[in-house]
Design a protein around this ligand. Structure first.
Ligand code: GLN
Length: 493
């Protein structure tokens, strides 16, 4: 019997004892063993821990009868393998954030999302590759080498959460978590042809997420179907007393928000057409236009809107994110976390430890320190915060007329390895359409919307009102019924 591949099917089959959690786990590990030497999605695979955990789930007592406790049989992710971006802390596994500074580092605690996944019956398979400290759009800034796109291994999967996107796209696991600061879930999701969701700021606890830019960072899910994503998202969303910025708003049952029949009548989709003028590849543009037609076909209406400050998102993002990064990364001094260089004086210890940071991380610390310094603070940092408020206001005004805003997730398809590494600005522009949602704190999703002529996936991005992830998942579900999303042919790798 072939094993189920999607999370909801796996859960149902394991709960019914049709298949064991160990069989499912073995299958995931086998695929990783076969594919990962080429794709390099993982930095750490916890084969032993995952199999032990699966066996423990298989030993669960039968479901209670006559009003007894339902126990694990009802657990929403029972036996489902999940991969985690390597900037999410795990007490049982190393957590490097793609950096030599945290090589071999094993955190003393697990992130709240990890505890929640375990409570939901998931099996954590391992940790996925990412750009160092989540700074990048291709995984090429990972200290441990890039991941490769399963659609074309000469291309990047996008980043920074590229490893998680690859693990889901190549069907090594049905679900993965990544993190976003300016597009790091949506962009690799688009480039790899899977769903990726950046939640509303505060919707998911950041406790145990290695900080990059604290006012922008959010953990979010990758999946191959809206139903699977809804199941995962309902588990990780919600207030956490250990993260003061997490929101107390009630968490709806996202699985109930899906359409059931693909009908999204009444959904008003805003299209900021003037942002599509430059730099969008023709293949991306065509797929985006086709996606808009499918949204209409499913009952949505389209309205032209304007987001007058959205074109400033990239400069504003790189001022705010780097300012916060320069402060957050000061903790890697060789004293408190991770690796410690041999040194005889304190300044030498700092110097030698920080010398292990990659060039991109150093660049950002320098820019961030500069924009926060006396004399430049008002000109750069304060100005950026002011424009950030205008970007947020643009969306507020748009949401008076429409329910979601549509754009391509990325202006290009997956680019070739090495194509943007020599030019940081070119790499930064990967996020032209994604960074605004982080600055405005809004939820946004990337939905696969077909392939270009070169058989590379394109993502449609929908941005929603604060805490309205349900509408995004609903639209994703409707589109999924209209686009048959092919999978990359990984068996030939
Ligand atoms: N690519 C963006 C950057 O390099 C976004 C990264 C992210 O979202 N973590 O900062």
């Amino acid at each position: 019997m072939s094993l189920p591949r999607n999370a909801c099917e796996i859960r149902a089959a394991v709960a019914a004892r049709d298949v064991s959690a160990v069989e499912v786990c073995r299958e995931a590990l086998d695929r990783i063993t076969r594919l990962d030497p080429t794709l390099h999605a993982f930095l750490h695979v916890d084969e032993k821990g995952a199999l032990e955990r699966a066996a423990q789930l298989d030993r669960r007592p039968p479901a209670g009868r006559g009003g007894g406790a339902p126990g694990l049989d009802r657990a929403p992710l029972l036996g489902v393998p999940v991969a985690l971006k390597d900037n999410i802390c795990t007490a049982a596994m190393p957590t490097t954030a793609g950096s030599r500074v945290l090589e071999h580092y094993v955190p003393p605690y697990s992130a709240t999302v990890v505890e929640r996944l375990e409570h939901a019956g998931a099996v954590i398979i391992g940790k996925t590759n990412c750009d160092e400290f989540a700074m990048g759009s291709s995984t090429e800034h990972s200290a441990f080498g890039p991941s490769r796109n399963p659609w074309d291994t000469g291309r990047t999967p996008g980043g920074s959460s590229g490893g998680s996107a690859v693990a889901v796209a190549a069907d090594m696991v049905p679900l993965a978590l990544g993190s976003e600061t300016g597009g790091s879930i949506r962009q690799p999701a688009a480039l790899c042809g899977v769903l990726g969701l950046k939640p509303t700021y505060g919707r998911v606890s950041r406790y145990g997420l290695i900080a990059f830019a604290s006012s922008l960072d959010q953990i979010g899910p990758f999946a191959r179907s809206a139903k699977d994503m809804a199941a995962l998202f309902g588990i990780i969303a919600g207030r956490d007393p250990r993260d003061a910025t997490s929101a107390a708003d009630a968490v709806p049952d996202y699985t109930k928000a899906l359409t059931g029949d693909g009908d999204i009548s009444g959904l008003r989709v805003g299209v900021p057409r003037e942002l599509l003028q430059d730099g969008v590849e023709p293949g991306v543009r065509d797929a985006f236009d086709a996606a808009l037609r499918e949204l209409q076909g499913a009952g949505a209406t389209l309205t032209d809107i304007r987001l007058p400050h959205a074109s400033l998102a990239i400069p504003v993002y790189y001022l705010v994110a780097n300012a916060e990064a320069s402060s957050n990364l000061a903790r890697y001094d060789g004293v408190r976390y991770g690796t410690r260089a041999d040194a005889s004086t304190l300044s030498d210890l700092y110097y030698r430890t920080r010398a292990r940071l990659g060039a991109e991380v150093k660049r950002r610390i320098m820019i961030g320190t500069f924009v926060l310094s006396a004399g430049y603070y008002d000109a750069y940092y304060v100005k950026a915060q002011q424009v950030r408020a205008l970007i947020r206001k643009d969306y507020e005004e748009a949401f008076a007329r429409v329910d979601v805003v549509a754009l391509p997730t990325s202006p290009t398809v997956a680019f070739k390895l090495g194509e943007r590494t020599a030019d940081p600005l070119k790499m930064y522009l990967s996020d032209v359409f994604t960074a605004a949602a982080n600055l405005a704190g809004l939820p946004a999703i990337s939905i696969p919307c077909g392939l270009t002529r070169e058989t590379l996936p394109v993502g449609l991005q929908l941005t929603g009102r604060p805490f309205d992830e349900a509408t995004l998942l609903r639209a994703a579900d409707a589109l999924e019924r209209r686009f048959v999303t092919p999978r990359p042919d990984v068996d030939s790798l």
